[in-house]
Design a protein around this ligand. Structure first.
Ligand code: IPE
Ligand code: IPE
Ligand code: MG
Length: 238
């Protein structure tokens, strides 16, 4: 792999961080050890984005469907999230990183939400990179919520049905403030979206890594970006 900068760098990269459980199980460790190890990959990928000048990084950390996991695993994930946020406040401050979230975060335990609100407020003015954590996130839920909000505006006469455009829909999604991702990375070799950013990924390029998330390092991320820079995005044109 060369060190030459890619000819075109994505503005926004989205990542489905998958394979923590398998990483742990293959080492005879409890699944939560995999989630803990995955936090280190997050740090590496954040640093890689800062090096490369990527503006937005969305990380799928907990899906709507992940609430169906055993209570023990959910508890472990929530504790890790809280710990992660406690350390990120300072780190993101130093690195000029802004934290935002998408998803039904009202469903998270109070202790996580408090910590989230604190880091979001503390980093609100940072400008180098926006890290968007998808938490209790499901794209179908997000689109459903957006449809409800749009319908409410129609019901009170604030919006005419014929004025609902693609932009209206985008503006009512949790991602309203962010550009669509240019590149989607999924680790652990799975070839599916798992209810992630269905609307926003319409024209994203996909990069699937066979590595489990804790084995995904800075060099792997750089490889994905280099691969992206060789793609020809056509958006339906010739
Ligand atoms: C991804 O790893 C992290 C979350 C979904 C929270 P998994 O926990 O899905 O790991 P595998 O896919 O079972 O190996
Ligand atoms: C997707 O991974 C969700 C996150 C990475 C947070 P899953 O492991 O939950 O997805 P499936 O169940 O394999 O589709
Ligand atoms: Mg998984």
């Amino acid at each position: 792999m060369g060190n030459a900068p890619p000819s075109s760098t994505p503005r926004h990269v989205a990542v489905i961080m998958d394979g923590n459980g398998r990483w742990a199980e293959s080492r005879g460790l409890p699944r939560k050890a995999g989630h803990r190890a995955g936090a280190e990959s997050v740090r590496e990928v954040v640093d890689a984005c800062l090096d490369l000048g990527i503006e937005f990084l969305t990380l799928y950390a907990f899906s709507s469907e992940n609430w169906n996991r055993p209570e023990k695993e959910i508890d472990a994930l929530m504790k890790l999230l809280e710990q992660f946020l406690k350390t990120k406040g300072q780190e993101f401050g130093k690195k000029n990183v802004r934290l935002r979230t998408i998803g039904r975060t009202q469903m998270l335990p109070d202790s996580c939400r408090d910590q989230l609100e604190k880091v979001k407020a503390d980093t609100a003015k940072n400008t180098a990179l926006t890290v968007i954590l998808a938490l209790s996130y499901g794209s179908r839920e997000e689109i459903t919520d957006a449809a409800q909000r749009i319908a409410q505006k129609v019901a009170i006469g604030q919006l005419a049905p014929e004025d609902i455009s693609r932009e209206t829909v985008s503006a009512h999604l949790d991602t309203a403030d962010f550009p669509d991702p240019d590149l989607l990375i999924r680790t652990s070799g799975e070839l599916r979206l798992s209810n992630f950013l269905l609307w926003q990924l319409s024209y994203a390029e996909f990069f699937i890594s066979p590595k489990n998330w804790p084995d995904f390092h800075k060099s792997d991320f750089r490889e994905a970006i280099e691969d992206y820079s060789r793609r020809h995005r056509r958006f339906g044109r010739v």
